[in-house]
Design a protein around this ligand. Structure first.
Ligand SMILES: [Zn+2]
Length: 112
């Protein structure tokens, strides 16, 4: 457990993560392989996001992928279905000490 604070490069989007990752997920779907997000999947209640962001809804996917309108960093994704309680946080917005040594889990785009 613990509380970790991250932000996009310019600082307009700030993320507080109230749990500690034990693995980092790399997804090879068509958008993730471009943005190179390193994902921590988290229950929504364990994450607070503040600041201005822009949502990108990819085709038929049930999620919004958020990025900073100023610096462009991909910060997190949220489900479009209100019954879905899980979201994704891009660990690269946090101190590398939090994630650089984590085991990586590779998933393809069909996994979420
Ligand atoms: Zn920014």
């Amino acid at each position: 457990m613990g509380e970790h604070r991250g932000n996009c490069h310019c600082g307009r989007t700030r993320i507080v993560l109230r749990e500690t990752s034990e693995e980092a997920t790399e997804c090879h779907c068509s958008i993730c392989r471009r943005t190179a997000g390193l994902w921590h999947y988290s229950p929504m209640h364990a994450v607070t996001v503040a600041g201005e962001g822009v949502a990108y809804r990819q085709g038929d996917r049930a999620l919004d992928l958020w990025h900073c309108a100023v610096c462009g960093c991909t910060t997190h994704w949220t489900p479009t279905d209100p019954d879905q309680a899980r979201m994704g946080v891009n660990l690269r917005m946090f101190d590398p000490a939090l994630w650089s040594d984590l085991p990586r889990r590779l998933v393809d785009g069909a996994s979420f």
